[in-house]
Every structure is written in C-alpha cells, then in structure tokens.
Design a protein around this ligand. Structure first.
Ligand SMILES: Cc1cc2nc3c(=O)[nH]c(=O)nc-3n(C[C@H](O)[C@H](O)[C@H](O)COP(=O)(O)OP(=O)(O)OC[C@H]3O[C@@H](n4cnc5c(N)ncnc54)[C@H](O)[C@@H]3O)c2cc1C
Length: 304
C-alpha cells in the first residue's frame, strides 16, 4: 500500500490526529497482544466512517473494522492495511419511548445502564459483555439466555458495495455468533433496540446477579477475549477442554484458565503466537480424545 497516498486521501475528511501510523494493536485488544497496524483510523462521524471505507475500497487497501477488540486476536507481526476503530468517538445513545438507538461504538454496558435509567428491560444479559454495539450486532453476542437478536429492531450498515442501508432484524440474519454483517463484511453504523417497560429495581437486581455470576465463574482478572471457542453442537467447549485434562495447561505466556477452561488467558506476557499455538493444541487434543472439532469464536487477523 502507498501509505503517503492513503494518508493524503484520508486527510481530506478526517483530522490528521485521528490517522495514526504503526499503531500497536496490543493497546486495542482485551487479550493485550498484537503488533502494529500500518494505519489506525478513528472516524468521528458516519460521514467519516463511510469515507474511510470508500478510500480503502477505491485504493484496494485491506481494512478491518474493530470496536473494543474484546473478541479479537491480532498477530505479533500486526496488520498490513488500515484498522478502522468504531468506538468512543462514535458512541452517542438516544432514547425514544421504549426504543434505544446507539451508534456502533457505544459499549453494551453503557446501553444496558441507559435502559436501566429509563426502566426498560431486555438488555440485562448484555451488561457484562465488554464489547461495543457494533461488535455485538456482528457477533449476535449473547449470554444467560439472552442474545442481541431478541432486542434488535434494525441496524444501519455500510454494505459490501459501500452503500448505507437500514436492515430489519430479519435482514440481519442473526444466528449463533454470526450475522450477514460478519458473512459479507458489512460495517455497523448504528442500531435500534426496542425493549419493554419494567421495574428499575428488578432490572438492576438482574444485572447485578448476572455480573456476580461472571465474577464467580470467569477469570476476569486476566486479559482474554472471553470464551475462546464456539459452543459445539451437543457439547460445552469448556467441559470438553477440562475433560481432556487441559485445565491450567500453559504454552509460553498463554494458559487454559484454571477458573474456566473455556477461556484461554494471557497469563504472563503472552505473544499472539503463544495464544494461537495453545488454541491449536486444544483443538487437536479435544479432537483426538472426543472426536469433536471445536472452532474458535475469537476473530483472528494480521500477517502470519
Ligand atoms: C471477559 C469477556 C467476557 C465476554 N463475554 C461474552 C459473552 O458473554 N457473550 C458474548 O457473546 N461475547 C462475550 N465476549 C466477547 C466479546 O465481548 C463480544 O463478542 C463483543 O460483542 C465484541 O465486541 P467488540 O466491540 O469488542 O468487537 P471486536 O472484538 O472489536 O470485533 C469483533 C468482531 O466484530 C466486528 N466488528 C466490531 N465492530 C464492528 C462494526 N462497527 N461493524 C462491523 N463489524 C464490527 C469485527 O470486525 C470483528 O469481526 C466476552 C469477552 C471478554 C473479554
């Protein structure tokens, strides 16, 4: 990629301060690993986001949109191309009646707290998921019997042709940890969730209960990307890994959490390669012991 040319084009609409060169991705993933991205761009409006993607597409430069990086692994060599961050700078939340509309960069915890303030129930499950709305729509994030599909009304996206379109929940094709957005490489700009009126104390109590369950079961004190693997049909990944005798198994700085075997954690200055090697080892062990193929839930990008 001709870096000077891309910067020159991006600068026409995006302040230079928000176009960063050789940005270390370990600052932008909850796993705390990842080498440099050639360019790291932070659009501050829908117009800037559409423009950044337009530039990458027209110049044939690889790009990847991220939120809070809480389901993301970036290799140690980093990403050749442009990372586009949709997070704090695009995170406004508005409420109209029982519906909340938020930009893709809003954190789920903030949206769930907004729902609580307005006495709206349905998003309690999302309160403890440390991602943005954009990441959650793309992944159809879910927990404790809740998932984004249950609350989403519509999402405004940039499609694979660069067109801005509003898709209904049906058109989003939300399934277990996937959507039309992940399938076709769309970008979420904003989304609307419609909820039901309820008692604030009951909402707050449910949020606290679910958060406590996370603290009790999950190794939140270590960097990770949550559950490393998708739930295989008819099984639980964590149980298969535990039954394979891998609790606490460590490769380099990466470890199968002792607290929850479904989590690979960055125990001690792990590299991305440590984590990838461990993921691979777990897959092989589970396959050979139980003949079940487990697939990573976490997204992996970057130069190998
Ligand atoms: C401690 C911990 C607990 C977790 N618990 C849960 C849980 O209970 N349930 C659950 O489902 N997940 C869980 N996760 C995983 C993660 O938080 C979710 O998948 C979350 O939805 C990812 O959001 P993000 O903004 O961090 O996305 P990122 O990690 O930045 O990106 C994830 C994917 O979404 C895409 N993406 C992000 N933003 C956009 C956008 N605006 N437009 C298009 N694509 C976009 C990226 O390209 C990438 O493919 C957990 C993670 C951690 C660290």
């Amino acid at each position: 990629m001709n870096r000077t040319n891309i910067i020159h084009l991006l600068e026409k609409k995006i302040n230079r301060e928000y176009i960063i060169e050789d940005e270390m991705m370990n600052k932008h993933t909850t796993f705390k690993v990842g080498g440099p991205a050639d360019l790291y761009v932070i659009p501050r409006s829908e117009e800037e986001l559409v423009y950044a993607i337009e530039v990458c597409k027209s110049q044939n430069v690889p790009y990847y949109v991220i939120g809070n990086g809480s389901n993301l692994l970036v290799t140690d060599k980093g990403f050749r191309g442009v990372i586009i961050e949709v997070y704090r700078q695009m995170s406004d939340i508005t409420v109209e009646g029982n519906c909340i509309t938020a930009y893709a960069g809003a954190l789920l915890s903030k949206i769930a707290n907004t729902a609580l303030e307005h006495g709206l129930t349905g998003l309690e499950f999302a309160h403890g998921i440390p991602g943005t709305l954009g990441g959650a729509v793309t992944m159809n994030a879910g927990a404790y019997d809740g998932e984004m599909k249950q609350v989403l009304e519509s999402a405004t996206v940039i499609d694979d042709k660069g067109q801005v379109r509003t898709l209904s929940v049906e058109e989003l094709e939300l399934e277990y940890r996937k959507s039309i957005i992940s399938r076709l490489g769309y970008t979420v700009i904003k989304a609307t969730m419609c909820l039901e009126g309820s008692d604030k104390e009951a909402i707050s109590a449910k949020m606290k209960d679910l958060m406590q369950r996370r603290r009790d079961k999950q190794p939140l004190e270590y960097p990770s990307a949550g559950s490393t693997f998708k739930r295989p049909v008819g099984h639980f990944a964590g149980k298969l890994i535990m039954d394979a005798g891998l609790r606490g198994y460590q490769l380099g700085g990466a470890q199968v959490s002792e607290k929850h075997c479904g989590f690979v954690i960055n125990k001690d200055h792990a590299t991305c390669q440590d984590i990838l090697d461990l993921i691979h080892y777990i897959q092989e062990e589970v396959k050979s012991k139980f003949d079940v193929q487990i697939e990573p839930e976490v997204k992996m990008i970057g130069e190998r």
